[in-house]
Design a protein around this ligand. Structure first.
Ligand code: MIC
Ligand code: SF4
Length: 837
């Protein structure tokens, strides 16, 4: 009875709204209508409005209670996790009684039941794989499309591990929050419909466009201390700020876990970061991770868990910790984590999860490292070698604010050295746009500190000298800072508020004012700054710093502006120096605003939900299985390209406008290696020599030609090939176009796994210098593939066009199970053929 009443009211309300919208608008682009129903079923007004106004309707249910199925992690799930942690740790301590770090505890607590603890204890980090049972899976809207398409092939009715989808990457920043979100809903209607219907059918929680960026929404609702989560996005480790081991993976890894399989990972190394002192003045959590990035570089964290501890760690807010763990992705870390403490407790409470704080408080010894570790290291740093492969120590009392960039997040210097660096390297000093927010830095504390700088500017009657864009990380944050005034202060100095989405962080940024090829400097509080990343233009140089520093730079208008010593001019002509931002509240004193209409729960009658993919769709394409390996060696294959220098997944499969095609493998494949620098052609980008017709063409074009002619081909990579994101598309597109193997000096972790999963042979030079031996018109044979064994060496013969032949040794990191993926053509082919009861 009550339900009916609510539904009637809802439908009437929305009918009225639709009516008003439909009458008001004449612009065809804004003729999209939003049609909501409480139960998530096709709303009757959907049909009504299509018939009467010929408008396109995006139908989503409007649900707003925190008690909705899947809108938060349930207490009993967390209790069960703690029981298993306790049990496994006790069991492990019978095998080895050494003190355990937090990372070890969480890993041990999530080992698959097939694990033999003796064997596990014998593993050396970086050597050997472990099987884990994650507690949650998080998907975003672009990687999530393929993940769900792959999951659908497993033939399972509902996900077996709690999973959510977050619509954040597809919203393009053009004008501002409201209109950009509406435009995205219109333009991506088909994809959102697919994700929403599949979510409702398979038991996945669906967060609508505008709800926020995956990592922020996860932190606010799902992350919990001691948990293990995987997510199809490399910044999933953000949840480490709330004491979770949260790890970025490719979509197929996620699909397998959703289908109930354990998740496999290389047993990680341990890097400890021992923090003493306390952040002060202009220095913020961002500077901790920028400093660590400068020490470890973009590959220094590869296959490692970075564990932050020490008195300084306990002084950093929960969201500040999340900024730090988020950017562990920038140094290639498997994940980063902080121990449970008071800061996490207060964040849990203020985000409506007191029940979780209560059980975490009762289980503190499971959620913190054994106390001997910190004690011994605090007495003598040499003791760290007993527990960590590497130790970094930072005294927060002395840490300076940092700026990193351009083009790589590990090119760091303290703000005091920036001006000098600009001169030395001829960087453009004038800032074209300043941007704050993103999944990395849009917490209540961040926005409050940024607003404090804005307030000082307002008091002196000045505004920013550059345009200022603000991307709140979630609707909850946006509504809260709207209520508490931080957004208004930022608007008052000239800020424009963008949608709660990735936007300019991932190339979803329309900048018609910048001419093609025009070099320009931007400053952001984001996490990545690879060439072409923010606006698709390689000439844009992105320098990254904390939000408060970015606001100061926006007021100064120059990259060389150092707010710690330089002065600004007030509106009355007097000079003044900005004060460091005040210590800001970590959580709002009146609590966060509860949000409505941003979440759709799984359907109560999943059988009735149809997941439709239009055969002629330009956005979605059902996946065809890749062919299994034919058992033959790879004989005399051409080299598509030898990549020079940095080759991130943004170089292999760029985002920006291409994000549209993430669900359509064929169309997406046209972006293959568009950003890759060709070592054979004096640094030419995205193009190479077609050996068949001797023309210089785009890599995707050449690859398609080779495929048409029945030729497989090879990519040669440099160091840390595939660093950056988790997008498995960077492995799927080459595989789709006929890539047989990638041979690199070294690989980034997620990308190497993605290559293996998609059936591409991932091989590493034994001698890095052999990279030099490969020539543009070589043909390469990779032989004795029938003998592929774990830890084996593989031989490649290089047939040069002058008739000479060279032989080089290659190695790989496949284990037995992974070799089966290669033989089957992909891991998905195995998942597909697995019999289920
Ligand atoms: C990124 O920050 O690079 C992304 C876009 O979020 C990617 C995921 C993707 O490519 O879809 C990531 O970090 O994994
Ligand atoms: Fe989105 Fe950028 Fe965060 Fe990736 S790093 S999830 S693109 S905001």
């Amino acid at each position: 009875m009550l339900k009916n009443k609510i539904e009637n009211r809802c439908l009437l309300r929305h009918r009225r709204r639709n009516y008003i919208n439909a009458r008001k608008t004449s612009n065809p682009n804004s003729r999209v209508q939003f049609c909501y129903s409480y139960d998530g079923n096709q709303c009757i007004s959907d049909k009504y409005w299509q018939v009467h106004f010929k408008v396109r309707v995006f139908c989503m249910s409007s649900q707003n209670s925190l008690k909705l199925k899947g809108k938060t992690t349930k207490t009993d799930l967390v209790s069960k996790v703690y029981e298993k942690l306790q049990k496994n740790i006790l069991k492990f301590k019978q095998v080895s009684n050494k003190p355990l770090t937090l990372g070890e505890k969480i890993l041990i607590g999530h080992l698959d039941e097939s694990t033999d603890f003796m064997t596990f204890n014998g593993l050396t980090p970086g050597n050997g794989y472990i099987l884990l049972n994650p507690d949650r899976v998080a998907l975003q809207d672009v990687t999530g499309q393929t993940t769900i398409l792959q999951f659908m092939q497993a033939g399972i009715k509902q996900v077996l591990v709690p999973t959510t989808v977050h619509c954040d990457h597809l919203i393009q920043a053009r004008v501002g929050s409201d209109s950009d979100t509406k435009a995205a809903i219109y333009e991506n209607n088909e994809v959102y419909q697919f994700l929403e219907s599949a979510s409702r059918k398979y038991g996945i929680g669906f967060w609508k466009p505008g709800a926020g960026i995956i990592h922020q929404v996860v932190l606010e609702n799902y992350a919990f201390p001691g948990g293990l989560m995987i997510g199809t996005d490399s910044h999933t480790p953000n949840a480490g700020g709330l004491g979770m081991l949260a790890i970025g993976v490719g979509g197929l890894d996620a699909a397998e876990v959703m289908a109930g399989l354990p998740w496999e990972v290389l047993y990680p190394k341990r890097i400890g970061v021992y923090l003493t002192g306390k952040l002060n003045g202009w220095t913020s959590p961002k500077d901790i991770i920028l400093f660590v990035a400068s020490k470890l570089t973009v590959s220094g964290g590869t296959n490692a868990i970075i564990e932050y501890f020490g008195p300084g760690a306990r002084s950093v807010s929960c969201t500040g910790k999340a900024t730090i763990t988020n950017m562990g992705a920038e140094i290639g870390a498997t994940c980063s984590v902080f121990s449970y403490d008071d800061k996490m407790e207060s964040y849990l409470i203020s985000t409506g999860r007191k029940d979780l704080a209560d059980i975490a408080n009762k289980n503190k010894e499971l959620l913190t490292p054994d106390p001997e570790i910190e004690k011994e290291i605090s007495q003598n740093r040499d003791n760290a070698t007993k527990y960590f492969d590497q130790l970094i120590e930072i005294n927060l009392d002395e840490l300076e604010p940092y700026i990193v960039g351009p083009h790589t997040p590990d090119l760091a210097r303290p703000i005091s050295k920036m001006a000098e660096d600009i001169q030395k390297n001829n960087y453009l000093d004038t800032i074209s746009v300043s941007l704050i927010g993103s999944c990395t830095n849009s917490s209540y504390e961040d926005m409050s500190r940024a607003a404090d700088i804005a307030k000082q500017a307002i008091e002196k009657g000045i505004k920013t000298k550059t345009p200022l864009q603000v991307t709140p990380g979630s609707e909850m944050i946006r509504e809260t800072i709207e209520r508490d005034g931080q957004i208004q202060l930022l608007r008052d100095i000239g800020a424009n508020v963008l949608a709660n989405a990735c936007g300019p962080c991932i190339g979803q940024w329309s900048r018609p004012e910048i001419k093609k090829g025009e070099p320009n400097t931007i400053v952001t509080s984001y996490n990545r700054n690879f060439p072409g990343r923010n606006d698709g233009r390689r000439e844009t140089m992105n320098f990254i710093g904390s939000p408060e520093l970015v606001i100061a730079l926006a007021l100064g208008g120059r990259l060389s502006f150092n707010p710690l010593k330089d002065e600004l001019e007030a509106s009355d002509g007097t000079k003044f120096k900005l004060d460091p931002p005040k210590i800001a509240p970590e959580v709002p004193k009146d609590g966060f605003k509860d949000t409505v209409d941003i979440y759709v729960a799984p359907a109560t009658d999943p059988e009735s939900v149809a997941v439709v993919i239009d055969k002629n769709s330009q956005r979605l394409q059902a996946l065809e299985p890749f062919l299994e390996w034919d058992g033959n060696d790879f004989i005399k294959l051409p080299v598509l390209t030898k990549v020079k220098g940095k080759c991130t997944t943004d170089h292999i499969s760029p985002a920006g406008p291409w994000l549209m095609y993430r669900g359509h493998l064929d169309r997406l494949s046209d972006n293959l290696l568009l950003g890759a620098v060709n070592a054979f052609r004096d640094g030419e980008v995205g193009k190479g020599l077609n050996l068949l017709n001797k023309n210089i063409e785009t890599f995707s074009h050449i690859a398609r030609e080779y495929r048409k002619n029945g030729l497989k081909w090879i990519i040669i990579g440099d160091k840390n090939y595939g660093e950056g994101s988790s997008r498995e598309h960077a492995a799927m597109t080459p595989r789709y176009l006929g890539c047989a193997a990638v041979i690199a000096k070294s690989f980034a972790r997620i990308h190497e796994t993605n290559l293996k999963k998609q059936g591409i042979l991932a091989l590493t030079f034994v001698e890095s210098s052999d990279y030099e031996k490969i020539r543009e018109d070589d043909r390469i044979s990779i032989i004795d593939l029938q003998d592929l064994r774990p830890k084996g060496v593989v031989t490649a013969n290089l047939y040069h066009s002058d008739g000479t032949v060279e032989q080089i040794p290659l190695i790989h990191s496949y284990n037995d199970a992974q070799l089966k993926w290669f033989r089957a053509g992909s891991a998905l082919n195995i998942l597909r053929s697995t019999e289920r009861v």
